[in-house]
Design a protein around this ligand. Structure first.
Ligand SMILES: Cc1cc2nc3c(=O)[nH]c(=O)nc-3n(C[C@H](O)[C@H](O)[C@H](O)COP(=O)(O)OP(=O)(O)OC[C@H]3O[C@@H](n4cnc5c(N)ncnc54)[C@H](O)[C@@H]3O)c2cc1C
Length: 386
């Protein structure tokens, strides 16, 4: 039997891992159309490259557990030359009295699925993390396993190499149109060429809403700018977990200092097409004061640099959109991860490959993340977004 022709739009971590997963399923006629092989502005290259199992939706916990196993066994998955420096440092997520009940409910769900998350009351939290200010804390949770950070750039390069070794073709071009026959896509236009196809996968990250619009499909995924700040402080980062404050501010160790960030106010969060300028005011006005209130040692710090990347934000419910379009069945989405797409890339890639190879999911049931929920206007909100 000949392999179906599969065109993937976008060769970031989602597209590259999906190409490799398809090849592993024996589907080797895979073309990845990527407009910028330097990945300078890709979300993957600009991300904070961290993984947590603490989510509000069960399917996200499952994707993270799968992702963590993948990252820990990356050499077996992607080849002996894959070096991603995974640090299993954990996420310490703080909560106040207002959110404690919901946090405990989520914790029970996470543990039920196999996540190794420990919880602390205020006194235990103060004793375990003496560098924290804990006055307003009602609950703190720490992932003891399967949470931490890694080198996303190296992961991307290893994924790409593995996909190419599996016979996937990477083409430098911009997908700019489609050829359709009835409710099927039969070709993808890119830089003057037509790539005939039996399947198309939209893995264009923050550009995936624009790709869907070429087909007249309203995919509610938009590019939203997020700035990461790198700083040094009189505080030893070694052994510290990634910290998520009640305010939404976050920080984690990086090299001999830290990185951190916070979402902008909703009113100050427009679509960010082409805008990669770090939002420096966010550091001075919000992030630094919030972090210094939580970690007093940060009253003195030195900002080293800042960079900005784009979340592929799913405005519908802040969750990924995975699987076929209800009316155009050979168009498959793998996008919309709203800040957690690197950690969920291995499970997403595997699921998409299973869907195409077998017509159903085998490893994780990804149907809760299907486009159908958007068509039916049934959001599945993710409470743990940062
Ligand atoms: C600041 C920041 C911090 C983050 N932190 C984390 C984190 O800690 N953990 C985590 O899991 N996730 C994090 N994320 C999110 C994560 O980076 C993304 O979810 C993930 O990288 C998405 O991967 P992707 O392959 O879909 O997108 P991308 O890496 O952006 O790849 C998409 C590719 O598609 C290409 N493309 C787009 N349109 C076209 C077209 N028309 N034709 C051809 N090519 C096209 C682009 O050039 C791009 O290379 C963060 C993101 C940002 C910005």
């Amino acid at each position: 039997m000949t392999s179906p022709r599969i065109v993937i739009i976008g060769g970031g971590i989602i597209g590259s891992l999906t190409a490799r997963a398809l090849c592993r399923e024996g589907l080797t006629d895979v073309t990845v159309i990527e407009r910028d092989p330097t990945y300078r502005f890709s979300s993957t290259a600009l991300s904070a490259a961290s993984i947590r199992t603490q989510f509000g939706c069960p399917v996200n916990v499952e994707l993270s557990l799968y992702g963590a196993q993948f990252l820990k066994g990356v050499k077996a998955e992607l080849g002996e030359d894959a070096e991603i420096d995974f640090v299993e440092g954990g996420y310490l997520i703080l909560g106040d009295a207002r959110t404690e009940a919901a946090r405990r409910e989520a914790l029970a769900m996470q543990r039920g699925l196999g996540a190794m998350v420990e919880d602390f009351g205020p006194d235990a939290c103060a004793a375990a993390f003496p560098w924290l200010s804990t006055d307003d804390i009602a609950i703190a949770t720490l992932g003891r396993q399967n949470e931490g950070w890694f080198d996303a750039w190296s992961l991307l390069q290893a994924a790409r190499r593995a996909a190419i070794a599996g016979e996937a073709r990477f083409v430098q071009a911009e997908a700019s149109g489609f050829i359709t026959e009835g409710a099927r896509i039969t070709g993808v236009r890119a830089d003057g060429a037509i790539h005939p196809c039996d399947w198309v996968i939209n893995a264009a990250g923050p550009g995936s809403g624009a790709v869907a619009r070429l087909l007249g499909i309203d995919l509610p995924v938009r590019p939203r700018k997020r700035t990461v700040f790198q700083f040094k402080a009189p505080l030893a980062g070694a052994g510290m977990p990634m910290l998520f404050d009640i305010s939404g501010a976050w920080m984690r160790p990086e090299g001999d200092g830290f990185i951190g960030g916070i979402q902008p106010d909703e009113a100050n969060d427009p679509d960010a097409d082409g805008d990669f300028e770090p939002d420096h005011a966010l550091f001075e006005d919000r992030l630094w004061p919030l972090l210094a209130a939580r970690v007093p040692a940060l009253e003195q710090l030195r900002l080293v640099r800042a960079w900005a990347g784009h979340y592929e934000m799913c405005l519908f419910d802040h969750n990924g959109v995975i699987g076929p379009h209800p009316d155009m069945a050979n168009l498959v989405f793998a996008t919309g991860f709203s800040g957690h797409g690197v950690m969920h890339a291995p499970g997403t890639a595997r699921g998409v490959a299973e869907w195409i190879a077998h017509g159903h999911y085998r490893t994780i049931d990804l149907s809760p993340l299907g486009f159908g929920r958007i068509a039916a206007n049934r959001p599945m909100p993710e409470s743990a977004i940062y």
